[in-house]
Design a protein around this ligand. Structure first.
Ligand SMILES: *Cc1c(COP(=O)(O)O)cnc(C)c1O
Length: 223
């Protein structure tokens, strides 16, 4: 298997050809602390986890200068144990979660509002038309900064569908950024995973969330 360092460099080179400054979030939910440490030692600066246990485990074991991203569905009752340990939340998907963050966070958290651009029933997130009113309603939530929007594209190889999804998110992001709300600069776009990160980058992603293509996946026993 190719070392993470060379995969990271390859991916960085490809992204740099699209645009400079795109951040790679290495999603380590399917690997253990040893592999996560290898990723950090390879120069990766953003680590993404989708479970409170995984986050806690990696945060306590992995050494280095890392920004921690929470990318999965976050249950309100788990906010207390997670919120002060992360730098970015990619999955702000409901008002009740915003209220819980406001109540529990001791510092301001950078949040992406999750949007269900494709409208699939299986996906969480706001419908596109709900996003702007939701963001506007957060103006008195001083523990929340809306840095951008996040989406998960449908699981398809159809490039037209993927591009339409990413374009949809970008359009919404621009509309909100234009408002210049103080609590919501909304300059960032979290979109693209292993199979579609280059397409997402091409459509304006500023953070791509890449797991298997970068750090691989390990069985439970190996983690
Ligand atoms: C797992 C996951 C990813 C990474 O998926 P890969 O296909 O392994 O790159 C990205 N975003 C979210 C929200 C995830 O849950």
């Amino acid at each position: 298997m190719k070392a993470i360092k060379s995969k990271f460099e390859e991916m960085t080179n490809k992204l740099n050809k699209v645009r400079s400054g795109i951040e790679i979030v290495a999603v380590t939910k399917q690997v253990g602390t040893v592999t996560t440490q290898e990723a950090v030692d390879a120069g990766i600066r953003h680590i993404g986890e989708n479970r409170p246990e995984g986050l806690k485990h990696k945060r306590s074991e992995v050494k280095g200068d890392v920004a921690w991203h929470y990318i999965g569905a976050l249950q309100s009752r788990k906010v207390k144990e997670v919120i002060d340990s992360i730098d970015y939340l990619h999955s702000l998907d409901r008002m009740s979660l915003a209220k819980e963050i406001q109540k529990r966070a001791s510092k301001r958290v950078k949040c992406f509002v999750q949007v269900n651009v494709s409208g699939e029933d299986s996906k969480s997130g706001f419908a596109p038309e709900q996003v702007r009113p939701f963001v506007e309603s957060l103006k008195d939530f001083d523990k929340i900064e809306i840095v951008g929007l996040m989406t998960m594209a449908p699981n398809t190889d159809d490039e037209n569908v993927l591009r339409a999804t990413f374009k949809g998110l970008k359009t919404l992001q621009r509309q909100i950024a234009e408002k210049q709300w103080q609590h919501a600069p909304c300059t960032e776009l979290s979109m693209g995973m292993s199979n579609d990160y280059l397409i997402a980058a091409d459509e304006g992603a500023t953070f791509v969330r890449v797991g298997t293509a970068l750090v691989g996946s390990e069985s439970e026993a190996q983690r």
